[in-house]
Write a protein that binds this ligand. Sequence first.
Ligand code: KG4
Ligand code: ZN
Length: 346
Amino acid sequence: MLVLGIESSCDETGAALVRDGRFVVANALASQAEVHARYGGVVPEVAARQQLAAILPVVEMALEQSGVGWDAIDAVAATFGPGLAGPLLVGLTAAKTIAFARQIPFIGVNHLEAHIYANWLQDDGAQAHAPRFPLLCLLVSGAHSELIAIRDHGDYRLLGQTRDDAAGEAFDKVARLLGLSYPGGPSIQQAAAEWPADRTLPITLPRAWMRGTHDFSFSGVKTAVAQLVRHEQENGEDLDVPAVAAAFQESVVDVLATKTVAAARMEHAAEVVLAGGVAANLALRARLARDLKRLHVPFRYPRIAWCTDNAAMIAGAAYFHLQRGERADLTLDVAPDLALPLASAD
Ligand code: KG4
Ligand code: ZN
């Protein structure tokens, strides 16, 4: 089954063709990051206008990349939430229009679930086995930080979540404090890499362990950086940006990895998967790979282009719903506050 997926929940416009929920045949993306960098964050109204300008060229680009024609597409899917209402509406309307015009099945996809399903994706022709249940997923994006136990397709149990800022949000806010560009995650990773790996860091930033829970909190470390910046400014000193970036990244990665390993152990996870934009972070990937190897638990993460927002993950997640006979009708509306569909407590 060849699915056309469309993503437009925030500041990326994506269209992709994925076969059987796994094989990425084409993946086109237009990013607005440069436009929003001027404002230091996403401006919703600007994002919606940019989505509108990009959607048709991006869909055409995906078809061109794939080398197949419209007739080869079996179904169409689009993100319907969570995200920004205006941007979501653009991709959802495009998908519904295509479904109507081509008379093919249509389905709406939950963006958070799609991030998880990025772990099923592989290049067309590759042969890696699919993730094995029961899975533990650390989902870390610009708006979410969650530990999720997954017993089977669609069977999600929320173990813990952030009490304040999401991990990606903390990266973005700290980057702004340090005068680094938006989006903050890649900028902080780059600045942190300038600190020599074999040199001890001159500062240690706090970690909120939220003991006895699988929850997170990142507002404390953000405040600690803000105080550091203020202190240096008041004393007319130059801030050592690579040192602060490295200390911040180390604090966040330490908490995320330690709590993920503890949850994997408690849940007897067959595999651990990373998902969401922060899953692109190289320090987080390396730390979890090391710790989970010691625990003998297989660990995987999507390639970087499939961690941050993209449409391949939308087409991938859609397949598992379509295969079960699920369809949406063309009255489906956007759901900006959509959450992951959780299994009722046992
Ligand atoms: O999943 P995503 O693309 O959009 C949402 O659904 O939120 O995640 C975006 C977030 C941003 O906060 C961005 O700073 C962060 O992911 N991010 C990273 C890295 N690349 C993107 N955070 C840390 N390290 C990275 N390399
Ligand atoms: Zn996302």
